[in-house]
Design a protein around this ligand. Structure first.
Ligand code: TYD
Ligand code: MG
Length: 476
């Protein structure tokens, strides 16, 4: 007979310990050890060590594409890969107050309302709020003009109650649990929001979703570091992880898929927060470039790709004399390590030094860029800021920079150039294409382009203006 002993497991690395401790000896993480439920004694049939035989099949077979239900909020559907898959679990993370509850209430209402009598009947759309009272959600729905949508609303936190209410009830299409940190399983002692509770609640709800075939949204809080609070296993357990992000001061909100078992990852949807809730932004490039001041140094337009979609944004750089101590390098919307790298390459390979200046870099509009292709646009903004030469307003820039100052090719050149042309840009500075030689024109002649192979050629395109005192150029 199995002896009943308590086990303690680290939620970071999974190591098991004989007793509780503040720090896991195996991985060094603090406060990650929790008591795990005792393992039940093995059922009789299993004690012989034999299981059921499983069948193996080939890769080719009859599997239908998963049925999807689209919310007809185009930006949202694209991020999900074309609509919600029945029986899938989605985790939506984001800072407090960024608009997660607003977005999901709008999605829920959109799924619940039929566009016309001819449309197929939708299942029940259920919104369970663990954070807000019914009245608060109603107030929000009123603000959003969604009072008539046939959404079923509940305020509950006990997972057992939720499972009992939804079990067997056929025809549920979507369930939203806002948020998973407030949910609890009453068989565990720990408080809601602890690692063990979050994991157990999510597991229970996901199992129910798979069994009943509804799409489940779990809203997750993020920690100070920007990770979804709770164990990393939460991200492994769900099919899709979406982050809702944006700068608090900006009205733009970006829904980004970082994992998707049913569609492309890294896809983004752009929304604008208005007094009537979130509104889709169908053409984000036009919006991100709307407030551009064309005749200013230290700015360049980057033709980027977010997911499957090209997106143009303005990169701004400012250098100002350091007033004290070490020069500052401040970045909004990009990686500060990469900024330091570009500055170092400019100094070592091109002889352009930022000297004793603070350097500020900003991606206008509140977008966060992760593509290395932004290197060349950042370099152009920095060179322009240091040399005082304006990057022509009708020019887009993209390309990756290597440590020797070489400009490397990036993917999807055509798509970037097409988007630039669509928005009225007349020129492009892009990496030299190695395969086809200097004279070939990618983009099918979409734009007059300047291909460059080394950062020095960018410096030649933006020669220093004599009057700027911050420039120390090796060549001049
Ligand atoms: P909310 O969805 O509650 O955020 P989360 O669930 O991510 O914590 O969003 C709240 C914020 O959104 C709040 O600061 C007010 C703002 N808001 C609007 O600007 N317009 C609106 O129509 C609504 C409903 C909210
Ligand atoms: Mg909320």
């Amino acid at each position: 007979m199995a002896r009943a002993t308590a086990t303690f497991a680290c939620q970071e690395c999974g190591a098991s310990h004989a007793k509780w401790g503040g720090r896991c000896d195996a991985c060094g993480a603090w406060n990650t050890i929790v008591e795990e439920a005792r393992r039940e004694a093995a059922p009789k049939g299993l004690s012989a060590g034999r299981g059921r035989k499983i069948d193996f099949v080939g890769l080719r077979g009859q599997s239908d594409a998963p049925p999807r239900s689209a919310s007809r909020i185009a930006e949202f559907d694209r991020v999900c890969g074309g609509g919600l898959v029945a029986g899938s679990a989605l985790l939506v993370g984001g800072d407090p107050g960024i608009g997660k509850s607003t977005l999901l209430l709008q999605v829920c209402a959109a799924l619940a309302s039929r566009p016309g009598a001819a449309a197929p009947a939708t299942g029940r759309c259920i919104y369970i709020s663990g954070e807000e009272a019914i009245d608060q959600v109603r107030l929000r729905a009123e603000r959003l003009g969604l009072l008539d949508a046939p959404v079923e609303l509940a305020s509950a936190t006990n997972v057992r109650d939720i499972v009992t209410s939804l079990e067997g009830g056929a025809g549920v299409q979507v369930v939203i649990a806002d948020s998973v940190q407030t949910m609890f399983v009453d068989s565990l002692d720990s408080a809601p929001g602890t690692v063990a509770q979050v994991r157990a609640s999510a597991q229970e709800l996901i199992r129910l979703a798979k069994r009943s075939g509804f799409a489940l949204f779990l809203v997750g809080h993020v920690t100070k570091e920007g990770m979804i609070a709770g164990p990393k296993v939460l991200e492994h357990m769900v099919d899709t992880v979406l982050y809702f992000e944006g700068e608090r001061g900006h009205q733009f909100r970006i829904l980004r898929s970082v994992k998707n078992r049913f569609g492309p990852a890294d896809e983004i949807g752009v929304f604008e927060m208005t007094d009537k809730g979130l509104v889709e932004v169908a053409n984000p490039s036009a919006l991100f470039l709307a407030d551009r001041d064309s005749e200013v140094s230290g700015a360049s337009v980057f033709a980027g790709i977010e997911g499957t979609r090209p997106m143009l944004v303005e990169i701004q750089a400012l250098t100002a004399p350091t007033t004290f101590g070490t020069p500052r390098r401040a970045v909004v919307g990009w990686d500060s390590g990469r900024l330091n790298m570009v500055l170092a390459v400019l100094e070592t390979r091109c002889g352009l030094s930022a000297g004793v200046n603070d350097v500020y870099l900003n991606v206008a509009g509140g977008l966060r860029i992760t593509e290395p292709a932004a290197d060349l646009a950042v370099a152009a903004a920095l060179v322009s800021s240091l040399s005082g030469t304006i990057v022509p307003a009708d020019t887009v820039v993209f390309g990756e920079i290597g440590l020797s100052g070489e400009v490397r090719q990036v993917g999807q050149t055509e798509a970037r150039l097409r988007e630039a042309k669509k928005l009225g840009f007349a020129r492009a500075i892009i990496p030299k294409s190695k395969a086809t030689g200097k004279n070939s024109k990618p983009g099918g002649g979409a734009l007059p382009i300047t291909q460059i192979a080394h950062l020095n050629e960018l410096m030649d395109l933006l020669p220093p203006q004599g009057q700027n005192p911050t420039v120390r150029s090796a060549s001049g």
